[in-house]
Design a protein around this ligand. Structure first.
Ligand code: PLP
Length: 369
């Protein structure tokens, strides 16, 4: 039976890629602990190392730099656990970063963004002048898709002897990331955002980070940095997806065109698109219409068969006002109506056209009333 739902929420979780399912199917009946020295154990170990290699290749870095975790949130937690005494956090970071920082006993400075959601580089410099710090700036924002100038930020952080942590959970797979070249110290990525299964992610670290403090020590797995028997199936699907995303330039261009089609049409109906003037992820659009509340629009869209998100949904499923739009100084009426569309490998032109028709109908009816 054909699925009549239209799923436009890839930034929450991607549709599972067929490659991911195939890779897991192949090993579903395999067994053995990757830490065991016998044949079964060694064969599991080699699957894990193979995935590590695929992920490191996709990031142009060494496989020794990849520490498998249970996802982006855990990678963030380990990165922030370094507690250098001082931490600078971009105001539009994912909630996981703010929550991790709360557990630290250190000074936190919040870094403002401009109206497009880009960090204020001048403010970063003045904060760093006060002394070295762990600086948290995400690669791309999960709500707006706005991409930060990471290379420039990295150079500034280095020049003040700081450490740069970059949450690349949304950017990985949607843009090319050359980890070594960018000079990032610590970076978080996650499998379920790129078509793998949830419950697997990684912390990527450069070789200058030598004294990382683990959150789970356990049996010393993952170079002693993340104890516990590895999530074999999750890691295999993660590696497989990482190996295919390298050759996805055509897919990204196709998706970018779909976002353009969507935004051109919604703008002509009066939508305001957030971060419109700056570089964004090719798959993400956050918009709002002045008189519409996201909560009711989401429900109407859901009934009509569209799965999208509001700017910011918390784990309870309730719609909250987005701290990202607040940080961008967007008016309250616009914040309340923010709807996020995030496309992916399974999205089609017909689906986008049908989404546009939904809004055209709303506005036609409104005019008639
Ligand atoms: N960071 C960003 C930017 C995200 O969008 C998310 C998930 O939505 C996370 C971190 C958390 O990742 P995970 O779900 O793998 O724990």
């Amino acid at each position: 039976m054909k699925d009549s739902r239209i799923y436009f929420d890839y930034n929450a979780s991607s549709l599972i890629r067929p490659e991911s399912v195939d890779s897991v199917n192949k090993v579903l009946r395999s067994y053995g602990n990757p830490s065991s020295v016998h044949k079964e154990g060694r064969s599991m170990r080699s699957l894990i190392e193979d995935s590590r290699e695929k992920i490191s290749n996709s990031l142009s870095t060494s496989s020794d730099n990849i520490i498998f975790t249970s996802g982006g949130t855990e990678a963030i937690d380990i990165a922030l656990n370094q507690n250098p005494g001082r931490i600078i956090i971009n105001s539009t970071e994912h909630i996981a970063v703010f929550e991790s920082a709360k557990l630290l006993n250190c000074n936190v400075d919040i870094l403002d963004v401009d109206k497009n959601g880009l960090i204020r580089v001048d403010l970063l410099e003045s904060l760093l002048k006060k002394g070295p710090a762990l600086v948290c700036v995400m690669y791309a924002n999960n709500e707006t898709g706005v991409i930060q100038p990471i290379e420039e930020i990295s150079k500034i952080v280095k020049s003040y002897n700081g450490i740069l942590f970059c949450d690349a959970v949304q950017a990985f797979g949607k843009v090319d990331i050359s980890f070594d070249q960018l000079g990032i110290d610590l970076m978080a990525i996650s499998a379920h955002k790129i078509g793998g299964f949830s419950g697997s992610g990684a912390l990527v670290l450069n070789n200058k980070i030598s004294d990382l403090i683990p959150k789970v020590s356990g049996g010393g797995q993952e170079f002693g940095l993340r104890g516990g028997t590895e999530n074999l199936l999750g890691i295999i699907s993660f590696g497989e997806c990482a190996s295919v995303i390298k050759d996805m330039a055509d897919e990204r261009n196709r998706i970018k065109e779909l976002i353009k089609l969507l935004e051109d049409n919604l703008s002509s109906l009066g939508a305001n698109i957030f971060g419109y003037n700056v570089e964004r992820l090719p798959n993400t659009s956050l918009f709002s219409f002045e008189d519409f509340k996201a909560e009711s629009l989401l429900m109407r869209l859901d009934l009509a068969g569209f799965s999208v998100s509001s700017g910011s949904a918390c784990s309870s499923g309730k719609v909250k006002v987005s701290h990202v739009l607040k940080a961008m100084n967007i008016s309250q009426s616009m914040q309340k109506g923010a709807i996020r569309v995030s496309l992916g490998w399974g999205s089609s032109k017909e689906q986008v056209e049908s989404f546009i028709s939904f809004f055209e109908n709303i506005f036609n009816k409104k005019v008639k009333e």
